[in-house]
Write a new protein. Structure first.
Length: 479
């Protein structure tokens, strides 16, 4: 559901009792956590119960499973998830009562009021980069407020109201939300066509990132991963607006450059050198030191480089920031290890775009070593599958065995002509190595049938595919 952004965004403390429709989602639950920590009265509802709802109840929220008009009685502000339909009884009741009805973006903006915000945007890598920056700043003693689109593996939470003046926020572009914020600093990891169900065309999608630059405060900064053409293209436009730009990446155009990349098991590392606006931070030769991560993959090193540059820009020391990056143990659903049974390791990741699939399969290959990579992929959204289904299938060719599920519908209606078969048919590994399995409950058995000792099973997608890992481990353990 599309809800208009209000002309005036009040600070959270002035919103009265706040009710969240879809409170179990990553976006709304993060806002709710911060409001609860600030003493705001919070209620909410979601379609199904979850550990997230249980955690919010423990914090003092009045949370319901299922939607009913009575849940919004007495609410002063109702914040709605994009996935909620217009005929939701709580939305209908809120409109009838004339209470303040806000989209998620306005809710997040309300908890940013009074903070210096660093907004992390981009087609891919937002959650990981936001999490890495938060971890780095915490190690440097900054104690930022943060809101992330996934739970930290170490803490199990996706948000916290810190005591410092910084706010690190994942700035989601999927529904244009990132254009509501007024950050002091911004990070753009990459820009590639996505979310065309909202933007319509690739040109409109890229134009949104151009407009995002106008939202950066005067005297603010922008970090771009210069290895990505879409992100790099923003640098010149930002500089023409008087925004300080830091370029990061492996390219010799980077102000913070990664060299000598190494990948060993679940660890990644690279040497860091600086030049240009960051040259004063290092001695002759520009060497800062070695960047070490506990997560595998080149794309994660680039995310860490962007986080590092942002941390340096707000005034923190490389040694402290690097320590925080080295101590980061990952975010749930981003190459998250679920366990091992019968010699088979099982990982889960949120990748749902062809570029993300390719990046995670590269990381999985390094983790698998001599073993094979067996993937279960669940396409996400009918519109995305219609546009990118063939590219998804080709990206999956980097695996050894592939099981494709049917499309996770999320906020869209089913289309009989757009199914997981579009992805499976485009994967050129051969019929014996690719299977389309539309029956969700049949997928664990199919994965176990294909996996051998030493292999790595990877569940990929933004939907319910994350539920399969534990079931696979149970089947392997009982084999």
């Amino acid at each position: 559901m599309k809800v208009p952004v209000p002309d005036e965004i009040l600070p959270a403390e002035q919103l009265g009792r706040v009710h969240f429709v879809g409170i179990g989602g990553a976006g709304l639950s993060a806002i709710a956590r911060i409001m609860l920590e600030r003493g705001v009265t919070v209620s909410g509802s979601d379609g199904t119960d979850s550990p997230t709802l249980a955690a919010l109840r423990e914090m003092g929220a009045d949370v319901h499973v299922g939607h009913a008009a009575t849940h919004v009685a007495g609410a002063d502000t109702v914040i709605v998830s994009t996935a909620v339909r217009e005929d939701n009884p709580e939305v209908v009741a809120a409109l009838a009562a004339g209470v303040r009805l806000w989209p998620r973006s306005a809710g997040l903006a309300s908890v940013m009021v009074g903070k210096r915000t660093v907004a992390v945007a981009g087609t891919h890598g937002k959650t990981t980069t936001t999490s890495l920056l938060t971890s780095a700043l915490q190690a440097a003693g900054a104690d930022p407020t943060y809101a992330v689109g996934g739970d930290f593996a170490a803490t199990g939470t996706n948000a916290h109201d810190g005591s410092g003046d910084l706010f690190v926020a994942e700035a989601d572009e999927s529904d244009g939300a990132f254009l509501v914020y007024r950050p002091f600093g911004a990070v753009v990891t990459n820009v590639e066509a996505d979310h065309l169900d909202h933007f319509g065309t690739e040109e409109a999608y890229r134009a949104a990132f151009d407009f995002f630059l106008t939202r950066i405060e005067d005297g603010g900064f922008l970090v771009v991963v210069v290895d990505d053409p879409g992100a790099a293209a923003l640098a010149g436009a930002a500089e023409s607006r008087g925004i300080a730009v830091l370029r990061v990446g492996e390219s010799d155009r980077a102000d913070l450059r990664l060299t000598d990349l190494e990948f060993v098991g679940n660890r990644s590392s690279a040497s860091v050198t600086v030049s240009g606006p960051l040259a004063h931070l290092a001695g002759a030769g520009g060497a800062l030191g070695r960047l070490e991560l506990q997560i595998p993959g080149r794309h994660y090193l680039l995310d860490a480089a962007a986080a590092l540059a942002a941390g340096l820009q707000v005034g923190h020391d490389f040694v402290d920031l690097a320590r925080g990056l080295a101590g980061f143990t990952g975010t749930r659903r981003r190459m998250e290890r679920k366990g091992e049974a019968a010699g088979v390791r099982v990982y889960d990741s949120y990748a749902h775009h062809p570029v993300e699939i390719a990046g995670d399969l590269q990381a999985a290959r390094a983790l698998a070593g001599e073993g094979r990579v067996v993937v279960a992929f669940q396409p996400h959204l009918v519109s995305r599958t219609r546009i990118f289904g063939a590219e998804m299938g080709r990206a999956l060719e980097a695996a050894d065995e592939v099981v494709v599920l049917d499309v996770h519908l999320a906020r869209e209606d089913a289309d009989p002509e757009v199914t997981g078969a579009l992805v499976a048919d485009a994967c050129g590994l051969g019929e014996d190595r690719v299977a389309y399995v539309p029956d969700f409950d049949a997928v664990p058995d199919e994965l176990v049938r294909r996996a051998r000792p030493g292999d790595l099973v990877l569940t990929l997608g933004a939907g319910t595919v994350t539920q399969l890992g534990p079931r696979v481990l149970d089947l392997l353990g009982g084999a």
